[in-house]
Write a protein that binds this ligand. Structure first.
Ligand code: MTE
Length: 362
């Protein structure tokens, strides 16, 4: 077993803070990602929190500020269990780094994403108990893990607009796949904001604060912004660029592995596709000739709009080297962009270009 209870073949980008994703095969054809294969993305040391002393504050622009222990949270609010996919904004950054270097950022492959069954209370029920005051437009999440990556170093945090926070899908979760949240995934309580970049699903949650503006935390106000290609991120004015929120339509290939050597003949090709905010994947196409011709893959139905959908097809692999390409369309008719060069940005976020792997057949 690897660090933090993860499988031993995780691709570890950093040990401290711990940042790791599973190999492609670990996610293949599994609607729910085993916890030991779920990616882990941390900006600072994983805190150790005594659940007996831990409290959640609900404050800011509310009528009745609350302070809740885990037992009170569980007793007072309806318990909900729902599957949701988390996906990091840096998922598939390696594809952008291949276009042009992205210094200082981990080269995540396609597996900084996973799907769990989360158990918790709806954020909207907790906010209703506190009573939002007029002017409350954003809900901020606070955590105790201090990140040296922030300028100045500060605890991790973020916010979502009230409209999203009040969605029935947004949870304050204490369990993952029926087990208490593991420490690395945010014990004792985390936000789960389905359909939005993973950065907003704040772990080790200590406060939920209603604000008139988005959080001024570094990871909301400065980081996780899409900067224009010509910008030096070290010199960009704080707050510049497009703040990331909803996840863009995306897909990747999970089997075969990139670089695999296979017998020529029929090959089963599988992967995931995810449409993000309130949409579903409508079609996935696979090509063996770099997009000149396409075959339609069989696609799982979405259990709900907040989870990925797996797909599969079997195609005849010719001898020699082949590039396998996959692309997804969503339920609004939108298609993933073809080239990562169109999407390159200095921090390497939100790569949703067509998925490509190379295999060699004999
Ligand atoms: N919450 C805290 N407190 N600290 C963090 O570093 N990382 C965020 C988010 N919540 C982070 C956090 C990011 S960028 C992602 S993608 C998800 O957690 C990853 O969740 P996971 O590690 O449970 O997979």
């Amino acid at each position: 077993m690897g660090p933090w209870g993860k499988r031993s073949d995780m691709v570890v980008h950093e040990r401290e803070p711990f940042n790791a994703e599973p190999p492609r095969a670990a996610l293949a054809e599994q609607r729910i990602t085993p916890v030991d294969a779920f990616y882990s993305r941390n900006h600072g040391p994983v805190p150790r929190i005594d659940p007996a002393r831990w409290r959640l504050r609900v404050d800011g622009l509310v009528e009745h500020p609350l302070e809740l222990g885990l037992g009170e949270l569980r007793d007072r609010f309806e318990e909900v269990e729902a599957a949701a996919t988390l996906q990091c904004a840096g998922n598939r950054r390696a594809g952008l780094a291949a276009v042009r270097a992205i210094p200082g950022e981990d080269p995540w492959g396609p597996c900084a994403t996973g799907t769990a069954r989360w158990t918790g209370a709806r954020l909207r029920d907790v906010l209703a108990a506190a009573g939002l005051r007029p002017g409350a437009a954003h809900i901020a999440f606070s955590a105790p893990d201090v990140s040296a990556l922030a300028e100045p170093p500060q605890p991790y945090g973020g916010s979502v607009p009230v409209g999203k926070a009040l969605g029935a899908e947004v949870l304050l979760a204490w369990a993952m796949d029926g087990q208490p949240l593991p420490r690395a995934h945010g014990a004792p309580l985390r936000a789960v904001v389905p359909g939005w970049i993973g950065a907003r699903s704040v772990k080790w949650l200590t406060a939920v604060t209603a604000l008139s503006e988005p959080s001024d935390n570094y990871f909301q106000a400065t980081s996780y912004h899409l900067l224009p290609a010509g910008t030096d991120p070290g010199r960009a004015a704080p707050g510049s660029g497009i703040p990331l929120g909803p996840i863009a339509l995306n897909c990747d290939i999970l089997r075969p592995d990139d670089g695999a050597r296979l017998p020529a003949g029929p090959v089963r090709i599988t992967g995931y596709a995810f449409a993000g905010e309130d949409r579903t994947v409508a079609r996935v196409d696979v090509s063996l000739d770099r997009g000149r011709s396409w075959c339609q893959a069989a696609l799982d139905e979405a259990e709900n709009p907040w989870v990925w959908q797996h797909w599969r097809t079997t195609l005849e692999l010719p001898p020699g080297e082949t590039e396998i390409t996959a692309r997804a369309w969503d339920s609004t008719g939108a298609l993933m962009p073809e080239s990562p060069a169109q999407l390159w940005n200095p921090k390497g976020y939100a790569n949703n270009a067509w998925a490509r792997i190379r295999v060699t057949a004999r």
